[in-house]
Design a protein around this ligand. Structure first.
Ligand code: HEM
Length: 394
């Protein structure tokens, strides 16, 4: 008995923290993914199987390379998540990233025109990997498409449960209109309902750096332009940018300048440079691509989690490398008293600390800090070490 208890305790120590245990008595297929067992036993399941998610990511990469369907996949992830209502507590009634977009009823909403093509592309992957949820597949496809187009690595987590039935689909009209009477107020109504901020509205709109609008789907855009008449992918539509399969800050540059009739500017795009609350970010992103990529990655990750219910509760990562922000490299020359533009001043606290230590070593309060300050410390420590060894030896 003691041995069995010891084994159970030890085995749970070796389990990854994000595994869930729950008893199963028969083969089952549910929104939690599939768990196969023959006898009463304890099995370990997630909403989605991490290994299958990783394999699906590889298949998505291949699919994107051959079909150049990045924009469509991004739009699927966005339209599944973008129905979220933070004022509704109950899952899945609150909408959001719960996979409900795969149900016919939601797919046929006017805002989702054309997304049936994305579902067709994703179907073979869903069939090949039955132990991943639609909710995870949509968000995985979107994040992979961004990265594949040269965009930032998005700090994603997985384990989203699927809304079980078509009745769980949100009502029509939760996603934004492109041409409302008051675009700024409308964007705030819709995105604030999701718990997103002005900064996130602007950053996320930057996803329009990719893709095209087609009049036969949304009613917006030209049937074709000089940038879209030959594809890649199915020709036609009107893009927001010249290189509409490359993820960068060109959307903000183009919307600001509006120099080319062949590039699309929706009323909800134009307002980003008109409304004072949005403009501050749009102007910044037009000149600072790194700032855009960083803010986009954060906003996208937040969008992808809206309304989602995770199993395990904190979700899990399938990143190949740890997703921690890279700290700025310390370049000594940047932190000096020189007058160069990109040199930074030491903080007042740091200066005060250095001065206090300097004075403690007998430095004169009337003299500036000397350049041999660190040498003094090294000599002092060395003297201490010699003294210690001398007295210690006796
Ligand atoms: C800010 C409010 C937004 C409005 C009003 C809007 C509206 C539109 C419209 C009208 C289209 C054209 C659809 C078509 O004709 O096929 C479109 C396409 C697209 N949207 Fe948005 N959108 C918004 C926000 C977003 C966000 C937040 C994302 C992603 C994070 C996004 C990603 C895309 C992409 C990638 C396409 C291109 C799809 C393709 O080429 O097939 N949009 N959007």
């Amino acid at each position: 008995m003691a041995l069995a208890l010891g084994f159970a305790a030890a085995s749970s120590l070796f389990l990854p923290h994000n595994f869930t245990r729950f008893p199963k008595i028969s083969t089952s297929s549910s929104s939690r993914g599939r768990c196969r067992v023959r006898h009463v036993s304890t099995v370990i399941c997630f909403a989605s199987d991490p290994q299958q998610l990783k394999q699906a990511r590889q298949d998505l990469n291949d699919l994107i390379k051959t079909t150049r369907c990045n924009p469509l996949l991004i739009r699927v992830g966005w339209h599944d998540a973008g129905t979220y209502d933070k004022n509704i507590q109950e899952w899945p009634k609150r909408g959001g990233a719960n996979g409900s977009l795969h149900f016919e009823i939601e797919l046929s909403h006017k805002a989702n025109a054309g997304l049936v093509n994305a579902l067709k592309l994703l179907r073979p992957i869903k069939d090949k990997y039955p132990n991943i949820t639609y909710a995870d597949l949509f968000q995985l496809a979107s994040a992979t498409a961004i990265e594949e187009a040269g965009g930032p690595v998005i700090p994603m987590k997985y384990g989203r449960l699927d809304a079980p039935k078509p009745e769980d689909c949100p009502p029509e009209g939760k996603l934004p209109d492109a041409g409302p009477p008051s675009p700024a107020a409308h964007l705030r109504d819709v995105f604030y309902r999701m718990g997103l901020t002005d900064k996130e509205i602007v950053a996320l709109s930057g996803a329009h750096t990719l893709g095209r609008s087609r009049p036969e789907r949304s009613g917006w855009g030209k049937p074709e332009t000089k940038y879209t008449k030959d594809g890649p992918g199915a020709p036609g539509g009107q893009s927001w940018t010249v290189e509409w399969l490359k993820f960068d800050n060109s959307y903000f540059k183009e919307i600001k300048e509006q120099r080319d009739q062949d590039l699309l500017v929706l009323p909800t795009d134009a307002v980003l440079f008109e409304d004072p609350g949005f403009k501050v970010y749009a102007e910044k992103y037009a000149v600072d691509q790194d700032a855009f990529l960083k803010d986009y990655a954060e906003a996208h990750a937040k969008l992808s989690n809206l309304g989602a219910k995770f199993d395990p509760v904190d979700g899990f990562s399938i990143a190949d490398a740890p997703q921690t922000p890279i700290p700025e490299k310390f370049v000594a020359a940047k932190y000096s008293y020189g007058a160069s533009e990109d040199k930074k001043e030491l903080s007042e606290t740091m200066k005060a600390k250095m001065r206090a230590e300097y004075l403690a070593f007998g430095g004169s309060p009337n003299k500036p800090l000397q350049s041999n300050y660190f040498l003094n410390i090294i000599i002092f420590v060395a003297v201490l070490a010699v003294l210690a060894s001398f007295f210690g030896g006796n």
